[in-house]
Design a protein around this ligand. Structure first.
Ligand code: TRP
Length: 432
């Protein structure tokens, strides 16, 4: 990569659920800030094909796509500056998924954490290992590889749980490049350890699965209500309070300047009531969120406008995806039949010169034999008889590996063949 070419970042957001404060602090806010760095290219997309893997409620997929798009735009993502699009608007993504599927080892997908977790759970429950596992879940890493490789992304900011997927995308890219030439950039995961992990209402990590979230763009009255629900201890007003282990304090800190944090710390020491501390938190969050909430609500109330923004993003990303897909189709041989085969095509086995071959057969004596023929079909050698096809097969495999030592033992030279021809045939097989 030339030092002047920008580093390209790509972020996918699965469209299930409604963004909450934890998503904002942990993902949306840092990503929007990152999109402003100079010398970078930034791609953000709504991974709605991925949503189908875990969600079969059409209304929910649609609503979530709308809410997440509105949230990211309201939080300051500038569609003029970045590439912001919806995955399912790019048909090239599914097309690429198939090309990648064909160079992906099934064994690698068997080892994917998400799939393995389902299999382990089923096995532990005494069920069929693949019970309730869709092929979509199994193929998840390949779809994700298509997302990443389509746009030649260098860095993928992800949480630890996604690192394996980036490594798989890299593996898949390498296989494809090896077979068809250097078409793909090899991506790397980027894990940001510094982003805050926000506690939820009950002090555990804020997460939909714990049902402890504070909605990001709820109306102020609801935000206030949810903040009132943050778990605190039973210290009375006037009693000093501890900041350690206080979810309220940690959430405040995620929004506040150092000075403001210091003020709350002092207030805790001075015995602020929990009611007043919650009021401070509400005001601090609302100050940051209110202008965004306005933009968010305007977008939610104007789906036509939102759709227009996404369509513009789709056009922009397809300007890259469409010609790249054409290049890839050509590379694998999906071509206009009037096109001339390219000089860079990997030579087929036939074009390289056909290979010599072992052929197994059974004689009327009931024994199993094999013979070695050269590329043109000329008989070079013939084996003794074996009691089973398995034993004959083992002899063949030994011959392929240790031609010199085994040759005399298991293969009688055919009339009209030479030792040199035999050795050459075995060498050709070994290097094939
Ligand atoms: N799998 C990611 C997640 O659940 C979302 C995603 C889909 C993604 N495609 C991607 C992330 C490509 C990065 C790059 O968080």
């Amino acid at each position: 990569m030339a030092p002047t070419s920008p580093v390209r970042f790509l972020t996918g957001i699965t469209t299930t659920g409604t963004p909450h404060l934890g998503n904002y602090v942990g993902a949306i806010r840092p990503a929007v800030q990152a999109s402003l760095r100079s010398g970078t290219d930034n791609f953000y997309f709504l991974a709605d094909y991925h949503a189908l893997i875990k969600c079969d409620e059409p209304g929910r997929v649609q609503r979530s796509t709308q809410e997440i798009a509105a949230c990211w735009l309201a939080a300051g993502l500038d569609p003029e500056r970045v590439c912001f699009y919806r995955q399912s608007d790019i048909p090239e993504i599914t097309e690429l998924t198939w090309l990648l599927t064909c160079v992906t080892g099934k064994g690698m997908l068997n080892r994917a954490h998400a799939y393995k977790a389902s299999v382990d759970k089923n096995t532990a429950a005494g069920q069929d290992p693949d019970a309730d596992v869709s092929a979509g879940l199994f193929m998840y890493p390949v779809l994700m590889a298509a997302d990443i490789l389509m746009f030649k992304s260098h860095r993928i900011p992800v949480g630890r749980d996604q690192v394996q997927h980036i490594e798989m995308a890299r593996d898949i890219a390498q296989s494809f490049n090896h077979l068809y030439g250097e078409h793909f950039v090899l991506p790397e995961a980027q894990i940001d350890e510094s982003v805050a992990m926000l506690p939820g209402l009950d002090g555990r990590k804020m997460s939909k699965s714990y049902d402890n979230v504070i909605a990001l763009f709820a109306p102020p009255a609801q935000l206030r209500r949810q903040i009132a629900g943050i778990v605190t201890d039973s210290r009375a007003p006037g009693e000093p309070k501890q900041v350690e282990g206080s979810a309220l304090f940690q959430i405040f800190q995620a929004f506040a300047t150092q000075d403001e944090t210091q003020q709350l710390r002092q207030a805790y020491a001075d015995g602020i009531s929990w009611g007043d501390a919650k009021q401070m938190l509400f005001e601090r969050i609302d100050r940051e969120i209110a202008p965004m909430r306005e933009r968010h609500d305007a977008l939610i109330n104007n789906p036509v406008e939102l759709e227009k923004i996404l369509q513009a993003g789709a056009r922009k990303s397809r300007e890259l995806a469409t010609p790249f897909m054409a290049e890839l189709r050509h590379a694998v041989g999906l071509r206009n039949l009037s096109a001339v085969a390219s000089a860079t095509d990997k030579k087929s086995k036939a074009a390289k010169g056909a290979l010599p071959a072992f052929k197994q057969f059974r004689e009327s004596d009931g024994l199993h034999y094999f013979k070695l023929v050269d590329a043109g079909g000329k008989l070079l050698g013939q084996s003794a008889g074996y009691a089973s096809p398995r034993e004959a097969g083992e002899a063949i495999s030994k011959l392929r590996r240790f031609a010199n030592a085994e040759l005399a033992k298991s293969l009688a030279m055919a009339q009209g063949a030479s030792e040199a021809e035999l050795q050459a045939a075995l060498a050709a097989l070994r290097s094939s």
